[in-house]
Design a protein around this ligand. Sequence first.
Ligand code: THU
Length: 135
Amino acid sequence: MPANTPTPNLATLARTAIEASERAYAPYSKFKVGAALLAEDGRVFTGCNVENASYGLTNCAERTAVFKAVSEGATHFAAIAIAGGVGDVAMPCGACRQVLAEFCPPDAPVRCVSLDGSIVKDFTVGELLPGVFSL
Ligand code: THU
């Protein structure tokens, strides 16, 4: 990790993820998810889930954030916050864990918060996907 990598402020990142969840396009599941991804260059990229009438085309909030970031030239990330769930946090799905593992070091923090911010659970990318597939 470069020496100038920003120290993640996970509380701020979580608040940004909650704000991003308000932009979720989830007319089918009604399950809103937001993500805020801190790049090593200090930029924060947000994402929300984007559903489709053809259900399998749905894109999760985390992957929306990652794909936005990569398309803007950021490919190394220091932390992510994910906002979803009422009464508990939403955990990132398997596909999103694999995508995060592609671009984050194993010790990168993953903060999961409920939509109202009252429940917070902290993990690392490596904890969430032991035995990651890599080439
Ligand atoms: N969802 C995410 O945005 N991220 C995840 O990691 C798990 C699931 C979304 C996809 C879908 O729009 C809704 O949650 C219900 O599955």
